[in-house]
Design a protein around this ligand. Sequence first.
Ligand code: XIL
Length: 350
Amino acid sequence: MTPRPAISRAAALVVIALVPLVAVGPAAAARPVPLRALAAEHGITIGSAANLAALTTDRRYRTQLGQQLGSLTPENEMKWDTIHPARDTYDFTQADRLVAYARRNGMQVRGHTLVWQNQNPGWLTNGTFTRDEWIAILVDHITTVVGHYRGQIAQWDVVNEAMDAAGNLRDTIWLRHIGPEYIELAFRAARAADPDAELYYNDFGAGGVGAKADAVYDMVSSLVDRGVPIDGVGTQAHWSAVACSPCGPNMAGNMARLDAIGLDAAITEIDVRIALPVSPEELDVQADLYAMFLRVCMDAPNCDTFTMWGFTDRYSWVPQAFPGFGAALIYDEAYAPKPAETAIRQTLEA
Ligand code: XIL
């Protein structure tokens, strides 16, 4: 057996007391304060989508994610096609690894997402079930997945993108086979499975003014009135650096009306894409937009979540989803901070 080093309790305390002094020595002074620490001073959790492939293969990704961000959202790993590939099979292996990484790095996890029209397995989308069976499948999914992570998820996106642009419930397998009640069933099942997780409705194009924003507001108001357990509304915020939509005041107004009915508001998937090739001017517009929406969240008493849909341009869904666009995140492909990172930092330091 290796002998324990002879260090007295008092000496150990001195060592512990010296650690902070060492940490602010010359080497550390050159390193900027992590974004997550700056955000925490404002009661904001700054986060990013995280993808397991990058996390396992790219050391720099692994280091920077945990250093800079205080929360992660599994980008795909908790979606139905990954986590529930056959009716009687749940597969938590990928999501578990992201959750374990988050725990090791003292990060929160945003669970994403329980009910959606995309990335569903064929057994579900092609399934021929009775209405009661559809309900049983939905409730079993939520009970099992939320139950598996009980106590480990800060916020769940329970229902994602249920509204269309005109402000009607989107035509999905859930609406078609269950009816509008699927939304309320989902929230009730999620609350029962983890009473401590905050439960969110999440959508795009509904964070400002317009028919869709009004329809989402009306829908969540009605959920609140009927005692359905919902805690907040997430705005995805996949924007373009040329358009300001919604603009800051519109988003602030929408957050305020949610606050008035007791709901939190979150920015859940922000990225600001640029038409390639990138120009310095567009990087500045992008920086201004990131800073503006962070400011809106900081100013809103009911917003404590600012999550970006990735952090490095090396891995982003944008080039595939919006051909001709890219460079949507705050670190470049080599992980260097872009003007948007500086703008976020300055907004948090101001
Ligand atoms: C995207 C992922 O980033 C991609 O990797 C995947 O191919 C498609 O889905 N709204 C959402 C997210 O709620 O789940 C989507 O994520 C982006 C749009």
